[in-house]
Design a protein. Structure first.
Length: 81
């Protein structure tokens, strides 16, 4: 199964390893010069929640959509390996 933006809401979205999703979030954050604190203020997630995502411990689709909006990237950005 491939992951597309249309099935990002699916429970099958875990096909992409969380660590790869987290690395993509971190790259996107660093590309615009944000710290975790900056991103936290922008998207409304706590710094701990963002850290957990970047470390690969969490890949909640709702949180990923919030991060994508705050970083002004498509949610699918986090699913590209």
């Amino acid at each position: 199964m491939s992951i597309t933006p249309s099935n990002l809401n699916s429970s099958k979205a875990s096909v992409v390893p969380h660590s790869e999703i987290g690395a993509a979030v971190r790259r996107s954050r660093e590309a615009i010069g944000y710290t975790i604190a900056d991103l936290s203020e922008t998207c409304g997630l706590t710094q701990d929640e963002i850290s957990e995502i970047e470390l690969g411990a969490d890949a909640d689709p709702a949180k990923l959509r919030r991060l994508a909006a705050a970083l002004q990237v498509a949610p699918s950005t986090f699913l590209v390996m």
